[in-house]
Design a protein around this ligand. Structure first.
Ligand code: AVJ
Length: 318
């Protein structure tokens, strides 16, 4: 019994929202499960591995941009703001920003409380004088920030092109709710991945070592572990598709043969060749990015890219 209790992903620990999203996602057509469920412990490890792949340019490109941009961000935004990071994860990018903008407080927001407390501790050690106020919440919903920072002007930080996971309507909703949460005089520093040649994009999401494939397929393992699933994982393969019409990379899990399985006592079938849509990663051209920001109530004030214009960092004001 003890072993069962301590196993990562024990059914008793399953998130009811995960269960609901998986059951609804497998029942509808096209089948689709929200990308946020990739990130169990194994999924987070695999994502870290992705960021180090030679083909996966976004992370290292954004980091290099941040190194150059942050001193300028400090000049434009001024020091002493409260930095509010949306979906902080295990960010290695945050210290670059914190070193230069000298914030009055740092508020990392994440739905995973464990992850949040771990990374907050690491950051507190690195910045002993900084007031760190971890905030466990779903940042997709409007939130009331800690009262301690009520009077400080805010600098929102949303790196990693996470906004790309959202379809435009959701992206606009999120930008608006961020504006609402951050309040009067706020600024936002946000990363967006650029539209570029298809082969570069495809390699970034279908790498030679198969790490992205493992990351995608881990979702099925997670369903099996946490929701008493019987999905034959070997009957699915990773598929990355560039949807040019919607300017996004899509990740799917494609059945290589007819499959039948159960999840939490519910029966499902997937015919050979059909897919489960697991992620969208929207890319934005220069005008697209500015229109998106303005649609969400933000006025772009500065933009930085790498020499190849592969990735962009925007500073916007409310
Ligand atoms: C974390 C959403 C920015 O879309 O590039 C990486 C996730 N998926 N490889 C991205 C991801 C496949 C990543 N984001």
């Amino acid at each position: 019994m003890l072993k069962r209790e301590i196993e990562d992903g024990d059914q008793s620990l399953a998130d009811p929202q995960f269960r609901a999203d998986v059951l609804a996602g497998l029942a509808r057509r096209p089948r689709a499960i929200p990308a946020r469920w990739f990130y169990d412990r194994r999924g987070s490890e695999l994502f870290e591995e992705i960021t180090e792949l030679p083909e996966y340019y976004p992370t290292r490109t954004e980091r290099a941009i941040l190194e150059r941009a942050c001193p300028e961000v400090a000049t434009i935004a001024g020091t002493g703001r409260a930095v509010v990071e949306f979906g902080s994860g295990s960010s290695v990018k945050t210290p670059i920003l914190l070193r230069t903008v000298a914030p009055s407080a740092y508020v990392p927001i994440d739905i995973s409380g464990d992850f949040l407390r771990e990374s907050s501790k690491t950051l507190s050690r690195q910045f002993p004088d900084l007031l760190v106020l971890p905030f466990e919440a779903d940042f997709m919903k409007p939130l009331t920030l800690p009262r301690t920072i009520a009077d400080a002007p805010k600098l929102g930080f949303f790196p990693g092109s996470t906004i790309g996971n959202m379809i435009p309507r959701q992206a606009v909703d999120l930008l608006r709710s961020m504006r609402e949460s951050l309040g009067e005089g706020a600024m936002l520093l946000i990363g967006m991945d650029r539209i570029k040649d298809e082969s570069t994009l495809m390699s970034a999401y279908d790498d030679a070592a198969g790490v992205t494939a493992a990351f995608n397929l881990n979702l099925l393992d997670r369903i099996n572990r946490e929701l008493e699933g019987t999905i034959p994982v070997d009957a699915f393969r990773h598929r990355a598709i560039w949807n040019d019409d919607r300017a996004r990379i899509e990740m799917h899990l494609e059945a290589t043969r007819d499959v039948a399985f159960t999840v939490a006592g519910n029966d499902f079938t997937v015919p050979a060749g059909e897919t489960i849509h697991t992620e969208n990663s929207h890319k934005y051209g220069t005008r697209d990015a500015r229109i998106l920001l303005r649609s969400g109530g933000w006025t772009p004030v500065a933009m930085w890219t790498d020499p190849g214009d592969r990735f962009a960092l925007y500073l916007a004001e409310a």
